[in-house]
Design a protein around this ligand. Sequence first.
Ligand code: BG6
Length: 528
Amino acid sequence: MSQSGSQTPLQFSASQAFGDLGEPASILIFGASGDLTARKLLPALYTLWKTGYLPEKSQIIGVARREKTDESFGQEMFEAVQSGSRIGDVSEADWNEFAKRLHYRQVDLQEPEQMDQFRTSLEELERQTGLGGQRLVYMATAPHLFLPSVEALHNAGMIPDPHEPNWLRVVFEKPFGHDLPSAQELSNSLSRMLDETQIYRIDHYLGKETVQNILLFRFGNSIFEPLLNRNHVDHVQITVAESQGMERGRGGYYDQSGALRDVLQNHVLQLLCLIAMEPPSLFRADNIRDEKLKVLQALRPGGNNINDWAIAGQYTAAEVDGKVMKGYRQEDRIPEASRRESFVAMEAHVDNWRWEGVPFYLRTGKRLPLRVTEIAVKFKLPPLNLFTTVECDGDMCALVEAQPNTLIFRIQPHEGISLTCSTKRPGMQYQIHPVTMNFAYGETFEAGLPEAYERLLLDVMRGDTTLFTRSDELEAAWRFVNPVLEEWENRSDDPCFYPAGSWGPKESKQLLEKNGRSWRRPSGAKPG
Ligand code: BG6
C-alpha cells in the first residue's frame, strides 16, 4: 500500500496548523530524580518544545527530596535528553534556550511546611514567567506515594475546583493499584480530593502511533470493518513479547508484579479493547471510552478452571545466541524460590453479538526470542477448498494446506499493517501461493513516529482524555484478571517453566492446540 498524493512541505508551525496546542502551564514532575523522568519525560518534553508543540511560557519543575540545584538538575537532564532524544543531537544553543524553562525544587511532600514554601515559590515563578496558574502534575513517584502526594497538594490548597480556568490535571503512571480492591480504594480516596476530569491515568501503549492507528484503520475504511466479527474471524492473537529480562535492577519491582499485572492487565487488554470495540458514534473521549468499557465488561474467561484458560510461565537459564542467559530465579533482586510469572498466556472471549464464539488468545512475557508487539486477526478458511498447493523438495512433494487470511497490526517494531492472501502461483496448474500486502510506516512516511509520552503529555495540556484510562475501565480490567491474580498469589506449585529465549512454556502452545490452532510466528521471528 502506498500513500496517494504528494506530501506538502511543512510550511507553517504546529500551532498554526493545529490551533489547540493546549494552554501554557507549570509542568510539575513529582519524583523527578527517578528513571522515568530521565528516560521518558524530559526527552518527550524537549521534543515537544523543539517541534513547536510545547505551549509558549510553559515551565517544567522537577520536584523530589534529593538535594539538587537548577543547574545540577539541568545538567543531568541534558545528558538524559542527549542520549534519549529521538530527534538527534541536542545543540548547546537549543539546550540553553530550552533549559530556561527547567527548574528544580527540593521538597519533601510529607512535610506541610515545605509544601507551603513550595507553593509560594511556584506562585512567584508563575508570576515572573506570566503563567496563569494552570498546572500539570506528573506523578512519577513510587505508586505508594500517589495518595500522600495528592493529599499534600490538597493540604497546601493547590487543588482548584475542576471548573476553574486555572486547571490542575494530575497524571498517574501505572500501576494504578495492584489488584481490584486496591485500585478501587485508590480511586475512592482520590475522588475525595480530585474530580475524575482532573485525573489522567497513563497506559503508555495508548500513546503509541500504531495503537491509535487501529481506530483509524478500523473506522476510517469501509472494507475491513464488516469482516471483523464472528462470521468471518476464526480467532484473534495478541502478543506483547520482550527479549529483555530483569535488567536495570527491575527485579525488585517485577517480582511484586509479574506479567499479568505488569503488561496483560493494562497494555494487552487495551489492545484487545481497540480491536474488539464497536465504532463510537462520535470521536470524543467519553464515546470511545464507553465502547472500550463495554468490551471489558463483556470479557469472559476461556474455560471453567483457571488452569484451562490461563497459563503462568517462568523462564529458566538457557543459552541464547551463544550467550548464557540466567533463569528468572537467578536474576538480581529475585528470591531463589520465587513463583512469580514472567510469562502469561490466556484465552478470553468477548460475550457479545459481534464476537460470540471467537477466542482471543493473549500472551506476554520476558526473555522471549524478540521484542515484538502485534495483533493478528485470523480469518476463517474459504468454505470449500478448491485449490491445493504442492510443495516439492527435489523429488519429494507434499500437499500443503491453504493458509487463512490474516490481518496483522504490527505495533512494534517494523510498524505497519499487513494482510496475507492467497494468489495463483504462476505455472500450468492452479496452485495457491500466499502473498502479503504490506503497509510499513518506514516506507510511507518520512518523519519518524512520535514517542508515546510526547503525545500523552501534549494531550494532558490540551485537556483531551481520549488516550487515558477512565476509572470504570480500569476497574473492569482488574475485575477480569483478579480471580487469576488471587489464584496465582496463593499458589503452592511452580509456574510452567520455559527456557530463556523460547516462546514460553509448552502449556501455552497446548492452549491453542487443543482447539486445532497454533500461535502465529510473529513478524521478524526465526522459524522454529
Ligand atoms: C511497561 C512495563 O509498562 O511496559 C515493562 O512495566 C515493559 O515491564 C514495558 O517492559 C514495555 O513497553 P514498550 O513500550 O517497550 O513495549
